[in-house]
Design a binder for this molecule. Structure first.
Ligand SMILES: NC(=O)c1ccc[n+]([C@@H]2O[C@H](COP(=O)([O-])OP(=O)(O)OC[C@H]3O[C@@H](n4cnc5c(N)ncnc54)[C@H](O)[C@@H]3O)[C@@H](O)[C@H]2O)c1
Length: 387
């Protein structure tokens, strides 16, 4: 059963040499929608044995593996029983946001490597606890930001790191969807006890990762944040298919957020993200520097990737010039493949996490501070404890 969603775009990356004689035993925790994308790439890995799966919903994990026609996978009623069984070298945590932290900490405390879906978790406090468990375990923890493996996203980082922009001082990022509250596959994204955070945890964290990864993840110093839920809470809200949404009474997260963030190094980050709005896009991403600025076109339905050719604006030989960086062509595999492959390679070769939590904790701290600042109605200082 092929899941065509998230691995449809293929890029050219360096291929690792896979030693199929050394297999990694994998468990899947949470067998919902995104677990299908994990399965689709795991099934392409000759050095993986899928040995276990768990879901809180009775029978769901069994149905999941049956649909793939795979036999012999042991299933469990929650992450705890799966990890206690002690059969897995690594787990993919594909649960809704609310249980990311408890699953990741339990796995790391039991000596199991973790590929944790984004967002890392839902609060800064949880992110700190995950980091501490990771440090004590010495295991690999990688966070599921597959756009990092997109060649066009890598080009953004390459341009910034080349020094072509000079000193970066202002960044505008974010994006959104005109109608895009993610409910087609259920309501776990919009309920407080499962999603906990809304548009920021779903798509905002990608926008933040795109620019913060490019500039080397400087620490945030202060944040002034705003959140709202006008569309999700509106009983008259219609989905992009023109159907009444019928979930206003259970909608309990933000459908829009904005933050004004001061970063170390005198950089301003101006961020906004929308699940729904009366607008086509809330703007391209721009990274402004003393020698040049970079424009990264927004995608129409924001999904954390690059929407078109990049443009570098600079001054050469006394002339204002615009340099286009065409979109890179597709290659053999998609982003999701590399997200998994780099995780497996790090486990097998004793490497470091491909998407390290020491960076993503900063992403989480910004989201957390936007929520806290919005509640207080004023700018707050951000403090990330030493791990
Ligand atoms: N990387 C991506 O492109 C991408 C795309 C979509 C979703 N996601 C992320 O993946 C996560 C899951 O999203 P989804 O759409 O698959 O959600 P979902 O609600 O379809 O599936 C989550 C499943 O996890 C199970 N679960 C929760 N806690 C559990 C526990 N302790 N033990 C075992 N099972 C547990 C639930 O019963 C549910 O079946 C979210 O955090 C989301 O942000 C990532």
């Amino acid at each position: 059963m092929a899941h065509k969603g998230l691995d449809a775009f293929k890029y050219n990356q360096e291929e690792s040499v896979i030693d199929a004689s050394k297999k990694v035993k994998i468990g899947i925790i949470g067998t919902g929608w995104i677990a299908e994308s994990h399965m689709d790439v795991l099934l392409q890995m000759p050095d993986v044995e899928i040995v276990a799966g768990a879901d809180l919903v009775p029978g769901k994990a069994d149905r999941f593996f049956t649909n793939y026609g795979i036999e012999g996978v042991k299933t469990y009623p929650s992450h705890k029983e799966l990890i206690d069984a002690g059969e897995c070298d690594a787990v993919c945590i594909c649960t809704y946001n609310a249980t990311h932290a408890e699953c990741a900490i339990y796995a790391l405390e039991h000596g199991v490597h973790v590929l944790l879906e984004k967002p890392m978790c839902v609060t800064l406090e949880e992110a700190v606890a995950i980091r501490r468990a990771e440090k004590a375990s010495g295991k690999i923890l990688s966070i599921g930001f597959q756009p990092r493996f997109n060649d066009n996203m890598k080009m953004v980082k390459d341009i910034v790191q080349s020094g072509a922009l000079g000193k970066v001082y202002y960044i505008q990022t974010g994006g959104g969807r005109r109608r895009g509250i993610p409910t087609p596959f259920g309501t776990t994204f919009i309920q407080k006890d499962t999603g906990v955070i809304g548009a920021m945890g779903d798509i905002g964290c990608y926008s933040l990762d795109m620019v913060l990864n490019a500039i080397g993840y400087p620490k945030p110093l202060t944040v002034s944040g705003y959140v709202s839920d006008y569309f999700g809470k509106d009983p008259e809200y219609f989905t992009s298919e023109g159907k009444p949404a019928e979930y206003a009474d259970i909608f309990a997260v933000e459908d829009f957020a904005a933050g004004f963030v001061r970063l170390e190094g005198g950089i301003i980050l101006d961020f906004r993200i929308a699940w729904a709005m009366h607008l086509d896009t809330s703007g391209d991403t721009i990274i402004m520097g003393t020698k040049g600025s970079l424009r990264i076109p927004s995608t129409e339905c924001w999904n954390g990737t690059v929407g078109g050719d990049l443009t570098l604006y600079s001054r050469v030989a006394g002339k204002e010039v615009e340099t286009k960086f065409p979109m890179r062509p597709r290659g053999a595999h998609g982003e999701f493949y590399y997200k998994m492959r780099t995780f497996l390679d790090a486990i097998k070769n004793g490497g470091t996490a491909p998407v390290p939590s020491e960076e993503i904790i900063i992403n989480q701290a910004i989201i957390d501070s936007i929520i806290k600042s919005a509640k207080l109605g004023k700018e707050i200082e951000v403090e990330i404890p030493e791990i």
